[in-house]
Design a protein around this ligand. Structure first.
Ligand code: ARG
Length: 277
């Protein structure tokens, strides 16, 4: 059964088993637990907001013992009816991949694993801007895996090195808005990566450190609508100036795990900014 979509389609996973059970990035501390009911409330509000903007939200069943399964962005890189599955760097998340694999195959996708020796954390580290795949490497994903992926797809890839552990996935410091527009947090990249982004993308919005720490770059784009965590007023003003409509919703319980709006979603029909080969 081939996949086809009549509207923006987003995969989410209810946070029934979400929690801070291990520490694999600097935002996570087992001593700072998430609040169960607040977590459900914030997740539900994000889902409702995305649906109100026209998205069809599909659900991955939550699994006990996999608290980060809620971050569906990491499940894989979607390209047409193919999903290049994640190969997680940390053991704590490796149990997610068989769950993801099962879901995608049951929903008409073909799944492909990256060669075993390499790590790759899905759309968390690989984002199309136009026909080019921007790929974050070093902290969670290997550049060689991303080169391999681009070969499979037949697209250009620009691997950019991530240098700050707080911005350990590309989607925490870079967000394509359209084929020539993106949000980014310059200090998260080395000089070469920063220059490469600046050379290839003409319409860039740079976020300030305080808003980057509120996960300003971890935004969900649906048409001209952009959904972010609360506490990013400068970004919202910059978006308005460029003709976008920003929306915010509180996601503090997920920031405790180092994730926000974008991490909690995976676009199944292709990101707004993607021009697929
Ligand atoms: N606790 C998760 C991790 O460290 C958060 C993942 C956030 N996802 C993302 N796409 N940035 O892996």
């Amino acid at each position: 059964m081939p996949v086809s979509f009549s509207r923006p389609t987003i995969l989410m996973c209810p946070p029934d088993f979400y929690g801070i059970e291990y520490e694999i990035n600097p935002w996570m501390s087992r001593s700072r637990a998430s609040d169960k009911s607040l977590t459900q409330e914030q997740w539900r509000a994000l889902r409702d907001l995305l649906e109100s903007l026209g998205a069809d939200v599909q659900l991955m069943p939550p699994v006990s013992g996999l608290p980060d399964l809620v971050f569906t962005a990491n499940a894989g890189l979607v390209w047409r009816d193919t999903v290049f599955l994640a190969s997680f760097r940390h053991e704590a998340r490796q149990g997610e991949t068989p769950e993801d694999d099962r879901w995608f195959r049951a929903h008409g996708f073909r799944t492909v694993a990256v060669p075993e020796e390499w790590d790759f954390e899905g759309a968390g580290d690989a984002l199309f801007c136009g026909d080019t795949l921007f790929a974050g490497y070093l902290i969670r994903s290997d550049a060689v895996a991303e080169q391999w992926l681009a070969e499979q797809i037949g697209c250009r890839v620009i691997p950019v090195q991530l240098v700050d552990d707080h911005y350990y996935h590309l989607d925490t410091c870079f967000c394509p808005l359209g084929p020539t527009e993106a949000i980014y947090f310059p200090p998260a990249f080395d000089e070469y990566g920063r220059k490469t982004i600046e050379e290839h993308i003409s319409g860039l919005i740079a976020v300030q450190p305080d808003e980057a720490a509120r996960f300003a770059c971890n935004a969900v784009v649906i048409g001209r609508h952009v959904v972010v965590n609360t506490g990013c007023p400068q970004l919202e003003a910059d978006l308005v100036q460029r003709g976008y409509t920003p929306h915010h919703t509180e996601l503090g319980e997920f920031i405790k795990a180092g994730g926000s709006a974008k991490c909690l979603t995976l676009r199944l029909d292709g990101e707004e900014a993607a021009v697929w080969p």
